[in-house]
Design a protein around this ligand. Sequence first.
Ligand code: ADP
Ligand code: ZN
Length: 610
Amino acid sequence: MLQITTPEQDQALHLLQTVFGYPAFRSQQGQIVDHVVKGGDALVLMPTGGGKSLCYQIPALIRHGVGVVVSPLIALMQDQVDALAEVGVRAAFLNSTQSFDEAMRIERMMREGELDMVYIAPERLMTQRCLELLSVTPLALFAIDEAHCVSQWGHDFRPEYIKLSVLHERFPDVPRIALTATADQQTRDEIIHRLQLENAMQFVSSFDRPNIRYQIVEKANGRKQLLDFINAQHSGDAGIVYCLSRKKVEETAEFLNENGITALPYHAGMEQSERYRNQARFLREDGIVMTATIAFGMGIDKPDVRFVAHLDLPKSIEGYYQETGRAGRDGASANAWMAYGLQDVVQQRRMIDESEANETFKRVQGVKLDAMLGLCETLNCRRVHILDYFGQSSQPCDNCDTCLSPPSSFDGTVAAQKILSTIYRVDQRFAAGHVIDVIRGIDTERVKQWRHDQLSTYGIGSDKSEAEWRAMLRQMIALGLVSVDYENYSSLKLTEDSRAVLRGETSIQLRQYKKAEKAVKHKRQSAKDFSEANLSDSEQVIFERLRWWRVETAKAHNTAAFIIFHDTTLREIAKAKPRSLDDLRGVTGVGAKKLESYGEELVKLIAEFL
Ligand code: ADP
Ligand code: ZN
């Protein structure tokens, strides 16, 4: 088929190849670039790692004037600017971290049109001084990054974002492109409404992240399981471990360090300087594990995070997806691993119950938590389940735990009845531990004290382990068949729905309990291979040498290793073994500027191996 392209499209592709070193646009990037180059407004919804940056960077290069990027992520601006400088784009930032003189210099360059792109923090942008500066600056476009920050209901809400509608009023002819990785319709509507993007073209990409493998395991001893998981599949890799509390963050980091894994803590209770230091080390050094609360992560652009682990249950599928999405931005295989158990369900329910929020908010939180539990307990493909939640239909993925080793279900009606009638017989006044002791016929002090060994259900479940009963109970709580009374020692109560089960009017299916398996060593083994060229032993040696070269080079340039080249690019070089600059030019991620900066060195380095 004959493809007719416009000169602007040719130019966009040319820039993609020569500046950024990528052979082709991904998914909708080409259309988005085209639309914005022509002056149209756009709303771009793309998953993390989808490639949002190029959607405004290339139009900023093509259109006359400076592209203004609004971003709340001050701490990352330096890296973003460095990365652009590496490919030869003239970029700078304006935020509170720089000196007055430096800001003056940048402002002058803007007015003179000597910059392609400038990153500005939203609170800075809204100042009178900055708005005046913009009115005398030739403007190519406004890119509003992390646009979901306008949403008052989201957890990243930034009040300054709401004022960004000023841009449209003051500069009606400058195209605006708003970008976010948050998928839900409510947030999308809020962005359109608050930023006055009613006439913007919407580009909604698939939210699938095929290179991420989802895995949710039964929690036994979470930390130990985490350690086994890292040792088996991710030794030497960078990763993020999410925990619910600050205390657990600290303890987990300590535990990992004691066990030979370099881990750093990050949470909102730490000194800001220490948080920055840990974040910088995580970004710049290879193979650091960050243990963190959800305070960590927005805009973390590190492309080679190989795993995200959850030691506690996230509050919603949105949260889970956003956090796990920080893995594998470079497109190579990555793992999203979570351990969860009865305690998580109880804890999350309690947090909702005890929060000060109004009833509507609590109800919404409850519904979100139920959806998250549904994902944990599903017998079907995790990915299908997640995408369905975001309104996209898909096929079983072959890259999640339930696809790779399908769980079985069983008719749990009788077991559920045992649990329910025990709860009833102990007068709905005891917590899970005691109820399970009674079912299993354990003669503890408390059992004796309350004479619960006299109950007809005492010992009727001695055939199953405590863990199995816990797993069943957890599912029943998730299904709303049992409730937990937090004000009274977390005692278990029957619900409306449990009566029908007790009377035998409904039957229920439960997920077959699987004993936590010892994680098996299968580093990089994956059902599907994602972009990691399979390296032979000799190529692996070259790759290691290239990584070493990259560490040295990054140090010399005082920048992060991934800003020099991504792993994917180094792997390709190791495989291609270029003998000349021309050979090197074809490698993904090697644009003209990088070829000029590093080409000779790399060709010489490769020659040593030939
Ligand atoms: P997002 O902001 O959507 O999370 P980025 O813009 O940071 O994603 O891009 C994610 C990664 O994908 C980056 O490493 C980027 O260099 C790479 N990338 C983006 N577009 C392309 C493309 N067309 N071809 C190859 N790699 C790309
Ligand atoms: Zn699957």
